[in-house]
Design a protein around this ligand. Structure first.
Ligand SMILES: [Ca+2]
Length: 285
């Protein structure tokens, strides 16, 4: 076979390889594009879910405020929790009267330490945490046995220092030496900075708090009703595989027509398993 006989076949072979290479490249580009489209779609779905969860929680706070106001107007007990739906978002709302908690600005370290022990903190650590909190709040610079004033914060290279005044928010506990080790969500179920009372309404207190009060031998912690109407509103929202939690402390108005004031807000996305669980199917609106 001469050169002219072999050329067309060789050219045909080159052409075939070239076409196959182009097809492979086109396939690769198509696959990449499909993957990118799927990724974009998932990202968009994620944004959509997050936006829906955040707005549902925001709207759920208004529903909760109306529930509290309605119960008060009717002379009924404020519900401990309720669930409802905003479209495809499941919302669980938990309500807690701050009068059933220990006020960290008022309680002594013995009371704070006793509650921490009931929450599972060992005796020595609980005493240390209680002393550090008391030093953070009191106006002097005299360090308690296991406490911490400004010099201890400097020695531990903390960027914070004691306020030497009342806490404005539970979130400020993150600045108190060693308190950042405690889960704020758990802490907020037993402590407040808004009741303004050294006493606790036993009918509203958690079981851990009741045990601590009994250990302290203060059954007299029976409550003298306060004029304060402050509540923690904990909202857990869930849609698909995303979940979101928002916690607010709300000061309810004393006079009809006035608006509720939001004193504290904490929020964030959480593991779906911790989101709203089985709730009834009523609509939130
Ligand atoms: Ca101090």
């Amino acid at each position: 076979m001469n050169q002219s006989d072999r050329s067309p076949g060789r050219h045909g072979g080159f052409a075939l390889v070239f076409v196959l290479w182009i097809l492979m490249l086109a396939g690769f580009l198509a696959a990449t594009n499909a993957q990118s489209s799927r990724s974009n779609a998932l990202t968009t779905l994620g944004y959509s879910n997050h936006a829906a969860l955040r707005w549902s929680a925001k709207a759920g706070l208004s529903v909760a405020i109306n529930e509290i106001a309605g119960a008060k107007t009717r002379g009924e007990a404020v519900p401990l929790s309720f669930g409802c739906r905003f479209g495809e978002v499941d919302l669980l709302v938990e309500l807690q009267d701050e009068q059933g908690k220990i006020d960290l600005n008022v309680a002594g370290p013995a009371s704070v330490g006793a509650v921490l022990v009931e929450l599972g903190v060992d005796d020595k650590s609980a005493a240390g945490l209680a002393d550090k909190l008391a030093d953070y709040v009191d106006t002097d610079e005299l360090q308690r046995p296991q406490g911490a004033e400004a010099i201890q914060y400097t020695q531990t290279k903390s960027l914070d220092e004691p306020r030497n005044g009342s806490l404005n928010s539970l979130l400020e506990l993150a600045r108190v030496l060693d308190w950042d080790s405690l889960p704020i969500d758990e802490v907020s179920r037993h402590f407040t900075v808004h009741s303004g009372s050294s006493r606790v309404d036993r009918s509203l207190a958690s079981t851990e708090l009741l045990r601590a009060i009994d250990v302290l031998g203060k059954p007299g912690s029976a409550f003298k009703p306060s004029s304060k109407r402050t509540y923690t509103v904990r909202l857990s929202a869930k849609r698909d595989n995303d979940a979101y939690q928002q916690t607010n402390v709300v000061d309810m108005p004393h006079i009809a027509g006035q608006s509720a004031r939001v004193l504290e807000t904490a929020f964030g996305f959480i593991p779906p398993a911790e989101g709203a669980k089985s709730i009834d199917a009523r609509s939130c609106v």
